[in-house]
Design a protein around this ligand. Sequence first.
Ligand SMILES: *Cc1c(COP(=O)(O)O)cnc(C)c1O
Length: 392
Amino acid sequence: MCANLPPGESHCSPQRDRAVVTSEHGIPVTDLAPAAAEVWSRVQPDYVRALLRGEYVGGTAVSSFERLWAAYCGTRYAIGVGNGTDALELTLAGLDIGHGDEVVVPASTFVATAAAVVRAGAVPRFADVDADTLLITPETLRAAVTRRTRAVIVVHLYGQLPDMTALLATARELGILLIEDAAQAHGGQWRGRRAGSFGVAACFSFYPSKNLGAFGDAGAVVTSDPDLAEKISELANHGRTRSGHFDHRYVGRNSRLDNLQAIALEGALGLLDGWTERRIELARHYTQRLHVAGGLRMVTSSQAAHHVYHLLVVRVPGRDEVRRLLGQRNIQTGIHYPVPCHLQPPFREFAPEPLPVSEIAATEVLSLPLFPHMTQGQVDFVCDNLLDVVRF
Ligand SMILES: *Cc1c(COP(=O)(O)O)cnc(C)c1O
């Protein structure tokens, strides 16, 4: 342990060890505790009041957060739902996409993107991704489209938007809808426009570890289409119309945003831009420190994208061994994702062709520790050790 202290930490007492790493387990890949403390200090009175009054489901905090979130994204409406996966499923249902339809999804994504398509009754068509950014492109979209394709779900993987200008033009030309899976890109932009404002609808997750996280599961759909907004909010609330408690228009389901989560989210939203700036600063420091060595390279970011670094991902051959050695040095890392979606057993039937870029990337990607309250010294510590490990 002593050999692995960050530069400037020459002392080797147990207390100093504990001061330089954030927990007994070393540097975690993310640490939610300091952010939770910041949010709690803002929301405690409102949260406790709602809790003790029994205001749990629905309520003024939900509509207040929905208004703020729509304004933040640059859309007319936001509909709070139970989680990001439900946001995707409800969006597809709201657009009447289901049996007999196909939806293109990138192979390099979290499995929920594809699962939502299958749950909605449609068939996922997997698109490969760009070798530098790991994002869907107009070319890989075109290659996946058939006559049955109704929509594409564009994923802003790791916090970066792909070329939305080109993808929107391609979708229009192909006559398909564009939906955003923005679960990793709260506040991310393409040419100055925020994630969520490009598609017919966009889906967000507020799972605790996302850039904007609740105190549990939560999610939202944003859209500027009033009919779609109304339909999604009704589908998420037992298919009930807004006018009557026992007036059901659809076979709906229960996937609502909780009042207590909405209070937490409104508190966190006031902190989001500061956290994002800090993520970007730390990512810039990583980029400056991590030169190409031992095959190590960064996942590329585009100048036109305002990347919000949900994850800081490098690519390295021999990734599993590198990860094991970092683990021995008390540095926790993640893999997003070890198996591309189309090769997960439930989705293999939908993937007749290999998708080489996604398949190779899955063997090389490594997510390094990154969270707003991380210090530059901790980034240096990770970089020193990573460069040391890849050089052997
Ligand atoms: C987290 C995530 C989801 C699912 O969100 P949940 O709130 O966990 O259901 C969907 N897509 C992507 C890209 C995600 O990162």
